[in-house]
Design a protein around this ligand. Structure first.
Ligand code: PLP
Length: 432
């Protein structure tokens, strides 16, 4: 570490409490000076390939010149205006574009500033809509091993025990149905799609009358060790839920914007939910931003007297800089044929990582779209954190989820960088 990096690390530890971290494990913290494409640079100019898109947000690279220019242009015009009673061009254009890209009847956008907040919005809207129809349904349904964020409501409808355990006393009510999975790498269960569906049906038969909504991360449970249930299962599960007159919320916060291989995971599933939550890739990974898109029929339910209204707001709802970044992100999707190009990139990634498929230390090799993952039983526990620093030494930003190692880079990663990352990861695993 050079002097600036050392000074920053020291001052950081005096004043910053880091997310998702046991602070007693920090004896220093790496300061990143700048980014360029898929690469981050420290103050000593050491390069790190961002194999996880900085927590899955950065889809078009760090320091993206086009998006940066659009944000700067917007900043000199208007950064923020109260959205109650006012609007602005970037947000109007963005909303029309999103609704055009999403299947009908998804046609009304409600904005927030992070993924968890979007999940809260969708949960409240569904519950409130039912109440307006005279139905009190205070329960939510999710799948085991799902993740929907960290605020109380979002945490309640997730099922990652590690994050929830301490807050049991203050969560809202949610029940879980089994999810198809293969967690045999750490001695845990294998659940087939049929078993998951029949468990879902069992839960529905008992509790359907008081469930407002079913929330699901379609196709990839990202935080849940990159578990990848099939489109066919997902469609059957959603149709089953809908047959009980329960709303379906797609949390596409991580899988939207091309990550699953199509622009939206719902395209592969062949099912249009009542609500979709988008965030992470929405601003191309540049600014905190999120949106819930729902139908005119849900929206219409809230019309009438003022006390029927959806009185939810955030100070930064519909921020103009974030909207400009999101429009720039959609420009790139349009002008660069990203979804098609990603198909070739995803095939290249598979080819480069094919050594892992039959590696003796690897289990459950899987890929969907722009996410490749496999389990390395030896990575379980503290080993996983040690592995992160070994990877950094080799110029890779990796963050295994327990024993699951995943590669989820920005779409602008070069073929040479993929090859380099694959080679380094192979050596790291051989040395385990
Ligand atoms: C990241 C994530 C969230 C929460 O978004 P935040 O912006 O971190 O609050 C919710 N759902 C899924 C599927 C996510 O991956």
């Amino acid at each position: 570490m050079n002097n600036t990096a050392q000074e920053l690390s020291k001052l950081d530890l005096e004043h910053i409490w880091h997310p998702c971290s046991q602070m007693s494990e920090y004896d220093s913290v790496l300061a990143i000076k700048r980014g360029d494409g898929a690469v981050l640079y420290g103050y000593d100019e050491k390069a790190y390939i961002d194999c996880i898109s900085s927590w899955w947000v950065n889809i078009f690279g760090h320091g993206n010149a086009y998006i940066a220019a659009k944000i700067a242009e917007q900043a000199s015009m208007l950064s923020q205006v109260i959205l109650a009673g006012f609007t602005h061009e970037p947000l109007v254009r963005l909303s029309a574009r999103l609704c055009k890209l999403l299947p009908s009847p998804l046609n009304k956008c409600f904005y927030a500033d992070n993924g968890s907040a979007a999940v809260e919005v969708a949960l409240k809207m569904s519950y409130h809509k039912n109440k307006l129809r005279g139905k009190e349904k205070p329960l939510f349904l999710n799948l085991k091993n799902s993740y929907h964020g960290e605020t109380i409501g979002a945490l309640s409808v997730g099922d990652v025990e590690l994050y929830k355990a301490s807050y049991g006393g203050i969560l809202i009510d949610c029940i879980s149905a089994k999810v198809p999975c293969d967690f045999s790498a750490w001695g845990s269960e294998i659940v087939s799609e049929d078993e998951a569906l029949s468990d879902l049906e069992k839960v529905l038969k008992t509790h359907a009358h008081c469930i407002s909504a079913f929330i699901i991360e379609p196709l990839i449970q990202c935080s849940g060790n990159m578990n990848m249930p099939s489109p066919a299962y997902t469609k059957k599960a959603c149709e089953l839920v809908r047959s009980y007159e329960i709303d379906v919320i797609f949390d596409e916060i991580a899988v939207g914007f091309g990550r699953s291989g199509s622009m939206w995971a719902m395209e592969q599933v062949g099912f249009v939910p009542d609500f979709v939550c988008l965030s992470k890739g929405l601003s191309g990974g540049n600014l905190p931003f999120s949106v819930v898109v729902t139908s005119d029929s849900v929206y219409n339910e809230f019309l009438g007297d003022f006390d029927r209204a959806f009185l939810h707001s955030h100070s930064y709802t519909g921020n103009a800089l974030a909207a400009a970044a999101a429009n720039a992100t959609l420009d790139i999707f349009e002008s660069e044929n990203v979804i098609e190009k990603n198909k070739a990139l995803s095939a290249f990634i598979l080819e480069q990582f094919k050594w892992a498929r039959h590696h003796e230390k690897v289990r459950n090799f899987r890929q969907r779209g722009m996410v490749l993952a496999f389990d390395v039983p030896r990575l379980a526990g503290a080993k996983s954190r040690e592995f992160r620093s070994l990877a950094l030494n080799r110029g890779l930003l990796l963050r295994p989820l327990g024993a699951s190692l995943y590669f989820m880079p920005p779409y602008v990663i070069t073929r040479d960088q993929i090859t380099f990352a694959s080679t380094q990861i192979k050596e790291l695993i051989n040395e385990l």
